[in-house]
Design a binder for this molecule. Structure first.
Ligand code: ADP
Ligand code: MG
Length: 634
């Protein structure tokens, strides 16, 4: 290459040691990307200093001012210049770089910040006089006496004023403020016993934009109270506590119910030894734990804290310390996947309370404002699609009242109500005098009282009532049964009287036949037939009568998707899940009380039965108090 701007040219061949200021600016590039990263470093220092209360103040998204005040141990006046020297740290002695119990230790945050902004540190150690020091563009002032309470105030003004090129990469004040807020929130999640306050200053006016007061009590209680205050009570109400241990790794925290999933990975908070991390291996494990509970486009919500001996994890692969490297990544992955699966299985029949919230919202006479928030989001087929598929699956019930079935329960809807013109589709089960009252512990899903629209079971529980989507529930039950059978001796098959011949493309045919052995363990026996066809000889008995052609096409979708699924198990589950859809013909079926109760009992006993294979809820619970509120009785 012969460009004139060559950096290494014959007349500039000399190798020189960069000066201190340049080194610090380079380091700053790694440590300080934006105001939020400066806030992270400063707040971590305050946590390390044993602060009980940390107040962060920013102006203009942190571009003109970042101030972090703490009541920690302080820095002695004589140590102030040292705190600003590169690779100066009070946290390790350098002998064992892996034995790190504190947040920072690289000793480069303060010098880096001093290199890219105007930095002032004011500090007082209890029992001594306060002092301050300033650094501007890498030049350090004298140490001067200053007045303040015990603790430290670090003030960073005009970030990147010395490196205008980097200023250009900053985003709008609003976006930077948001990033700072996220950073403070994440740090607040790890330290429930510390009070965090975030203030934003604008035109002389200062507003508290985030605040989490110190929690009391035991660690786990304090943690869940803190998570509730940071992430919202709704998260805790829709999450299950997780506690698991494996190979010296410990995991605690909360995992969101599958029905409380999100459309992006925005509600995933992972911490390793108290440090917020954003690590692909860990988020991948979280995802894997939910694979057969959520569709691919949904993301679980979770706040998980992994703890282990510092020797087992290297947190310094990344300058901002957001990625980690476990000595045994398989163990960490395994702990997350199996720990979460167990916890989710134990709570299998629980569906998200936001589902009930959304239901109640739909009943409310006045929708609050135009755009009522979607309390829970999930990928649903359109109402029309649901109605027509139910209808297709309901032999002998060709015309359910479509307008009624299709319209959401809205006050405007009554005009469309023509339900009673068609055959009434609700039935009530008489309540036998001898029927035992359902108790919450024994039968959380209660006793079936009625079936409406040939698909919804209404059951009375001790606390209120539940509405079960029998089709979705049954699909889940079939799926779990298929999985159990497949893991044991293979899925029981039922031979077809007349083999069904399915025409395929030649690639589809060979893809299926390549997997014929696996499929036969799942109760699906295929044989090559003439041309591009296959003959289906046996289908899984549990599914009853199925449309073999449609099922094969679904399985083909999974098989050709397999490229991006690393786990054989995930693929197997996906195939079984597809099969289960084909066996779930129960919507549109009238059920007797015993059948309905049997379904409820089976749901209670089956892991993950609170949601169907696509993460949709299988039932909604309405508490008596909520129902009473609907009628204005409270
Ligand atoms: P590191 O945190 O990696 O040690 P820093 O540059 O962030 O490096 O800080 C250098 C040193 O300054 C720390 O080791 C600590 O002794 C001292 N220090 C920094 N911030 C505070 C604070 N808020 N309270 C007490 N000491 C602090
Ligand atoms: Mg530090």
């Amino acid at each position: 290459m012969n460009s004139p701007a060559r950096n290494i040219s014959p007349d500039r061949r000399q190798i020189r040691q960069l000066d201190e200021a340049a080194i610090n600016r380079i380091a700053a590039g790694e440590v300080v990307e934006r105001p939020a990263s400066a806030v992270k470093e400063l707040v971590e220092n305050a946590i390390d200093a044993g602060a009980r209360r940390i107040t962060v103040t920013i102006a203009d998204g942190g571009k003109t001012l970042i101030r972090v005040a703490d009541d920690g141990c302080g820095i002695a006046a004589a140590d102030l210049p040292l705190a600003l020297a590169r690779h100066a740290t009070s946290k390790i002695d350098g002998s064992d770089l892996l034995d790190i119990h504190t947040f920072g230790f690289r000793g480069e945050a303060l010098p880096s910040l001093g290199a890219v902004g105007r930095l002032r540190i004011t500090s007082r150690v209890a029992g001594a006089e306060g002092a301050e020091i300033t650094v501007t563009g890498g030049r350090m002032s004298e140490v001067r006496p200053a007045a303040l309470g015990p603790g430290t105030v670090v003030e960073l003004r005009d970030l990147f004023f010395a490196t205008p090129a980097r200023l250009k990469f900053l985003r709008t004040d609003r976006a930077e403020t948001q990033a700072v807020t996220d950073t403070v929130r994440r740090l607040a999640m790890t330290e429930p016993f510390i009070t965090f306050v975030l203030k934003s200053r604008r035109d002389e006016e200062e507003r508290v934009t985030f605040r989490a007061d110190a929690e009391q009590g035991e660690l786990f209680e304090a943690l869940s109270a803190r998570l509730a205050s940071v992430l919202g009570r709704e998260f805790i109400q829709n999450a299950i506590p997780v506690e698991a241990e494996r190979d010296e790794l410990h995991m605690t925290g909360f995992a969101g119910l599958p029905t409380y999933s999100r459309g992006a990975a925005v509600a995933q908070h992972l911490f390793v030894n108290g440090r917020p991390v954003n690590d692909r291996m860990l988020t991948g494990a979280l995802r894997a734990a939910y694979t057969d509970l959520l569709s691919r486009s949904r993301y679980p919500a979770a706040a998980l804290f992994l703890n282990c001996d510092p020797h087992l994890v290297d947190v310094n692969v990344h300058p901002a310390k957001s990625e980690v490297r476990f000595r045994d990544p398989g163990a960490a992955r395994g702990l997350i996947v199996s720990g979460l699966r167990h916890a989710l299985a134990e709570n299998g029949h629980r569906a998200s309370s936001t589902v009930a919230g959304a239901t109640l919202g739909a009943f409310r006479p006045e929708p609050a404002g135009g755009g009522a928030p979607r309390v829970y989001q999930m990928d649903r087929p359109s109402r029309g699609a649901i109605t027509s598929s139910y209808r297709a699956q309901a032999p002998g019930f060709a015309s359910p009242a479509p307008a009624y079935g299709a319209a959401p329960a809205r006050p405007e809807a009554p005009a469309a109500f023509d339900g009673f013109d068609s055959a009434p589709s609700g039935r009530v089960e008489p309540l036998p005098d001898t029927a035992p009252e359902p108790t919450q512990e024994a039968h959380p899903l209660g006793a079936a009282r009625a079936q409406v629209h040939e698909n919804y079971i209404i059951a009375q529980t001790e606390r209120g009532m539940v509405i079960v989507d029998q089709h979705a529930a049954h699909e889940r039950l079939v799926y779990e049964k298929l999985k159990r059978q497949a893991e044991a001796n293979g899925v029981a098959a039922q031979a077809l009287l007349i083999p069904e011949i399915v025409e395929l493309s030649s690639t589809e045919r060979s893809l299926l036949l390549d997997h014929a052995e696996m499929l036969s363990r799942f109760g699906l026996t295929l044989e090559p037939f003439g041309g591009n066809a296959v003959a289906v000889r046996e289908t899984p008995a549990i599914l009853g009568e199925v449309n073999a052609g449609a099922m094969l096409r679904d399985i083909l979708d999974e098989l050709s998707d397999a490229g991006d699924s690393d786990l054989v198990k995930a693929q197997v589950d996906a195939i079984l899940s597809r099969m289960a859809c084909h066996g779930s013909i129960r919507s549109g079926r009238r059920m007797r009380a015993e059948e309905m109760n049997a379904l409820l009992r089976e749901m209670e006993a089956t892991p993950h039965s609170g949601q169907c294979n696509h993460g949709r809820p299988t039932y909604v619970e309405l508490h008596l108090a909520d129902i009473e509120r609907l009628f204005g009785r409270t």
